[in-house]
Design a binder for this molecule. Sequence first.
Ligand SMILES: NC(=O)c1ccc[n+]([C@@H]2O[C@H](COP(=O)([O-])OP(=O)(O)OC[C@H]3O[C@@H](n4cnc5c(N)ncnc54)[C@H](O)[C@@H]3O)[C@@H](O)[C@H]2O)c1
Ligand SMILES: [Zn+2]
Ligand SMILES: [Zn+2]
Length: 340
Amino acid sequence: MRQAIMISPGKIELRDIPEPGQLKDDEVLLRIKRIGVCGSDIHVFHGKHPATPYPVVQGHEYSAIVEAVGPKVSRVKPGMRVTARPQLVCGECGPCKRGQYNACQNLKVQGFQAPGVAQDLFVTTEERIVIFPDTMTFEQGAMIEPAAVGAHSTNRTSGLKGKNVVVAGAGTIGNLVAQFALARGAAKVLITDVSDYRLNIAQQCGIGGTLNVKNISFEEGVRSFFGDDGFQVGFEAAGVQSSLDNLMQFVEKGGDVVILGVYSQNPVVNMFYLGEHELNVYGSMMYRHEDYEVAVEMISSGKIITSPLLTSSFPFNKYLDAYKFIDEQGDKSMKIMIDL
Ligand SMILES: NC(=O)c1ccc[n+]([C@@H]2O[C@H](COP(=O)([O-])OP(=O)(O)OC[C@H]3O[C@@H](n4cnc5c(N)ncnc54)[C@H](O)[C@@H]3O)[C@@H](O)[C@H]2O)c1
Ligand SMILES: [Zn+2]
Ligand SMILES: [Zn+2]
């Protein structure tokens, strides 16, 4: 079977490797259908991911068909459309014991610190599998992972019902966070970016408020959209210093700021606003199983829209071209998928 392996930054080799052998009790054999490429994959491609050694097989957001199941697998059956969480957790540390396994002290993520799914067949375990209905496409199936990031992060605060929300960054993650904020009852949501292309996609997804902070200042844009009500919750999904500063300075006193962004340069946090405005700052790390389930429910019911996010697909043997395309297109592309 085929495998794409990144042997060093910028170098992907296509190999022919043996198919997986006999399945253990709780194992499931997947035939991979689509793999989404995300910002973190690109960091690895450029040799700028702090926690990924080479060689590495990438691929952590994907859809698949169940090919075969181990003797003790009961919930999952051959032929089902599925995806699976890429987190390998220890089950023994403090966070794991209290159910916060997404922040496991010994977390390994497939595609980064453990082999990912960039191959025809892949073995995972039943507990990580999430089934999605046949009415969902494989493209939608490969969007469950980033949607689960949106599901998790919008549950980190004390609630969004009736609140005004700003999401900084209209990439795949910010877009899905904003859609989830609306679905969870936020009064008004404003999404910011420096790319009109991405803000236009946000509008196609029903996120009414968009602000290009290159043209209009954050302060002015927020005032004209929310008026005197201001905003009570901010999500940082751009990973840049200036949007973190803006959220912390302008969120209503006593408000919440949720950090999703991974910063290539460690930002300076303005402690004046954190302290004097009595802000609540929350981290948000990936997702848990229930976030995947909510993501499936919301995508299949049409409450979360993913098709405007998909820019194009590349066949498996053009894996490298997908990365080159992303580098060349920059902010004129969004989600790129590998079609197996
Ligand atoms: N916490 C998690 O669980 C989690 C999961 C996935 C990704 N992430 C991180 O979330 C961030 C967003 O992910 P993505 O895949 O959407 O990345 P992305 O790079 O596609 O999106 C980031 C967006 O921010 C925009 N941006 C740049 N400067 C800006 C500014 N000053 N104000 C507003 N927007 C600005 C960019 O134009 C881009 O559209 C990344 O840092 C990523 O590493 C976190
Ligand atoms: Zn990802
Ligand atoms: Zn653990």
